[in-house]
Structure formats: C-alpha cells, structure tokens
Design a binder for this molecule. Structure first.
Ligand code: PNS
Length: 164
C-alpha cells in the first residue's frame, strides 16, 4: 500500500505547542507528516523568523519524531502537495473565527486539486487560545511566552528578542 503523506501547511512564526499537537495528532491517520512553511514575501518582512529559521525551529521541536519532517515551499500549496505525493492537508481549527477562512481555503484547494482532501483537527483545549502572533507579541513586549512553545523554540525566541 502506498504511503499516506499529510501536509500541515502554515506560517509557523514560530511553531507553537498548538501546532505541535496538531502535527502529532495527524500521525494517527498518516504515515508521515510534512510541516510545510509557506514562503510569503509580505509575511517575511514583518515576521520574527526567516523561513529557513522557521524550518530549523520545527526540526528541533520534532527532533525525536522520525515521521514528522519540516520543509519550506513557495507558490501554491496544491503544487507542493503534488510534488511530494501528499493527498491530505491538515489544519488546526481553534475557534469559530478560524472556521470561515479555513473552509474557504479547503474548498479552494479542492477546486484547484480535486484529489486533495483537507482534514480539520481540534487542538487540546489548553492550546486553543495559543497563536504565533500572540507568542511574538508577548515576547517582543517583554512577557514570557514559554508556556506556549517548546523549550527549543523558546531558546530561539529569546535569542531573537535579545538581539533587538
Ligand atoms: O498559518 P497561516 O498563515 O494561516 O497559513 C496560511 C497558509 C500558508 C496555509 C496559506 O496561506 C497557503 O496555503 N499559502 C500557500 C499559497 C496558496 O496555496 N494559496 C492559496 C490557498 S487557497
């Protein structure tokens, strides 16, 4: 039987415990999960980490998990999915506010690539309020976002905020 590959795309600036939870949950139905960091010129300008740093951060966070890998991609998600043989897209849905945007993307991706199915996963309730945006904001304003990211991610966040 062919390998089931799930893509978990996003900005991951940086990856949070909520994201990690979603990627690990996807291993219940996928043989491998590719955490795919989207290149976006606008996001890169106002982000905390460059795309390659985000990929490195994800690799460190999943160090002991051989079935989860991290890659960067440019262009359309559907094209990247095709190039790596993935037919499942995984996204975490935290709130009703997430839902509209997520449905729009899922349906659009299916129009662009009918063989691609999007699966929505609910994160642990204690992660449901966590977002990369809030982690960046707390860190840059001198707060402590360590409860919301892995220790290896926190080290990188500290390096970034200390360098500012
Ligand atoms: O974590 P984010 O920022 O909500 O992730 C959004 C992401 C990266 C999944 C989305 O913007 C995306 O898929 N970008 C790649 C370009 C693309 O395929 N756009 C059309 C989506 S319907």
């Amino acid at each position: 039987m062919s390998e089931r590959i799930a893509l978990f795309p996003g900005s991951f600036d940086p990856i949070t415990l909520g994201h990690e939870d979603v990627a690990r949950r996807a291993l219940a139905f996928a043989d491998r999960v590719i955490v795919a960091v989207a290149h976006s010129p606008q996001a890169a300008k106002k982000g905390m980490f460059g795309v390659e740093e985000r990929v490195e951060t994800i690799r460190e966070a999943f160090g002991g998990e051989p079935r989860i890998e991290a890659r960067a991609f440019e262009g359309l998600l559907v094209d990247f999915a095709r190039s790596v043989g993935a037919r499942i897209v995984v996204r975490g849905v935290r709130t009703v506010a997430d839902f509209e945007y997520e449905m729009q993307m899922a349906i659009m991706n299916r129009r662009l690539s009918p063989e691609l199915e999007t699966v929505f996963l609910a994160p642990e309730p204690e992660q449901s309020f966590v977002s990369s945006t809030l982690v960046r904001q707390i860190a840059t304003l001198g707060g402590d976002p360590s409860p919301f990211v892995s220790p290896s991610v926190m080290r990188r966040v500290r390096e970034k905020t200390a360098a500012r």
